[in-house]
Design a binder for this molecule. Structure first.
Ligand SMILES: [Mn+2]
Length: 419
């Protein structure tokens, strides 16, 4: 619990006296009838508390001489605990989770009324829980609100050694899943069967869940960016694009590999794949502290545009094609995003209107892709080829470390694993 106390202290030190931090936890969500979705605590809440029960609110009161840490929690309830397990309750919130004070969740509105006259600023994450937004705005309409994500996002963006260890574990397990996927994939297999191979490795390795719904997209399905149906047959001669990562101790891995269903790339698939791989390698080579976080987009766009020109899919001069975004029908998504407790992690990309610089401790994905839809107008021999290669990269003091390097991405390595 020490790391959470340190985070609360570091956060509190950046807040003005007489401010109040209010962070509601995640709610349990009904899936159907009386069955719930698996519960997963909200990331900011977890980052500051390590407390993983639903129906909770975290409050920090920044007083002149100290920051008071308050948890609102569910009451102990012996009858319900028979069904759903032990609850920390008020005593547990204090003794196990280090709260200075704890109250029942039902007491929140009255405690808020008590604190408001002495509160100048409320730090709160708007637009996460609309009902809570309404309650707070109704109760505290004379107070200044600030987005809690500003300061917390900056803290979460720079990972500590302990966080990097967890992220390495998440990426190691997920890398093994991709290797198993390559080993087990064969023509005639359904996409969901291949997905199951990944999910087995995630769970078997200690991940609570996939960090996001796995995308297993054979053939033309790879050109649908967030394809999650995973219910088509994988066919010889086609590629399969798999974007899947596990969540380990709340930290996400995010890996994509694209490989031939029958283990051998065709010459067209190879040509497209090699462009994407070159783009990805050029980006990774450039990542180090001090470079712009926009660099991945700029480098990958250039390498992909050059490659599409080499293949005759685009014609013109490189600078002009980039200027008029001619690559966009083929590469229509971002090359990178922050990674951490959330797959698209907290932290802004621009500061004062400028793309920010990378710094040691940041973790980002590098995921260029090329997707050739029939309506793109390219020669039909390229139709329905979709390739994305995604790795997770930690920025270090002197460059970077690819956390996901255990999964091969070179064509020869993939063909060897699949042989
Ligand atoms: Mn990603």
């Amino acid at each position: 619990m020490k790391i959470y106390a340190e985070r609360r202290q570091k956060f509190s030190q950046q807040l003005p006296t007489n401010s109040l931090v209010i962070i509601p936890g995640a709610d349990e969500m009904l899936r159907n009838a009386d069955t719930q979705y698996p519960f997963r605590q909200e990331s900011n809440f977890y980052y500051l508390s390590g407390f993983a029960e639903p129906d909770s609110i975290l409050v920090l009161r920044i007083l002149p001489k100290k920051a008071e840490y308050i948890l609102f929690v569910r009451p102990n309830n012996p009858t319900k605990e028979v069904w759903t397990g032990k609850r920390a309750g008020i005593d547990g919130a204090r003794q196990q989770y280090g709260a200075d004070t704890a109250y029942l969740i039902s007491e929140f509105a009255s405690k808020l009324q008590e604190w408001l006259p002495k509160t100048e600023t409320i730090y709160y994450p708007f637009a996460v829980k609309p009902e809570f937004d309404r309650l707070l705005l109704a109760e505290a309409n004379k107070t200044i609100f600030r987005d809690v994500n500003g300061i917390l996002g900056e803290m979460r963006l720079i990972k500590s050694a302990a966080e990097i260890e967890l992220m390495q574990k998440a990426t190691d397990i997920s890398a093994q899943a991709h290797i198993r996927g390559m080993q087990t994939c064969k023509p005639g297999m359904m996409e969901y069967k291949l997905a199951a191979e990944y999910e087995f490795v995630f769970t078997n390795g200690g991940c609570a869940a996939p960090a996001y719904p796995p995308i297993v997209a054979g053939g033309a399905n790879a050109c649908t960016l967030h394809y999650v149906d995973n219910n088509a047959e994988l066919r010889a001669g086609e590629l399969v694009l798999v974007d899947a990562g596990g969540e380990y101790e709340y930290y996400a891995a995010d890996i994509t590999r694209t490989y031939p269903v029958n283990g051998k790339f065709t010459s067209e698939q190879r040509a497209i794949y090699e462009i994407v791989l070159r783009a990805q390698q050029a980006v990774i080579k450039a990542l180090r502290p001090g470079v712009s976080c926009r660099l991945p987009q700029e480098i990958s766009t250039r390498v992909i545009t050059e490659g599409l020109v080499d293949l005759g899919i685009l014609t013109g001069t490189i600078d002009e094609l980039i200027e008029k975004r001619a690559y966009f029908p083929f590469f229509m998504h971002g090359c990178s995003h922050w990674l951490g407790l959330d797959t698209h992690d907290a932290g802004v990309y621009k500061m004062n209107g400028q793309w920010r610089e990378l710094a040691a401790g940041m973790v980002l994905t590098v995921e260029p892709g090329i997707y050739i839809r029939p309506e793109s107008g390219a020669d039909k021999r390229w139709n329905n080829i979709g390739v994305r290669i995604e790795d997770d990269v930690l920025i270090t003091a002197d460059g970077n470390k690819v956390l996901t390097q255990a999964v091969p991405s070179e064509i020869a390595e993939i063909e060897a694993i699949m042989a």
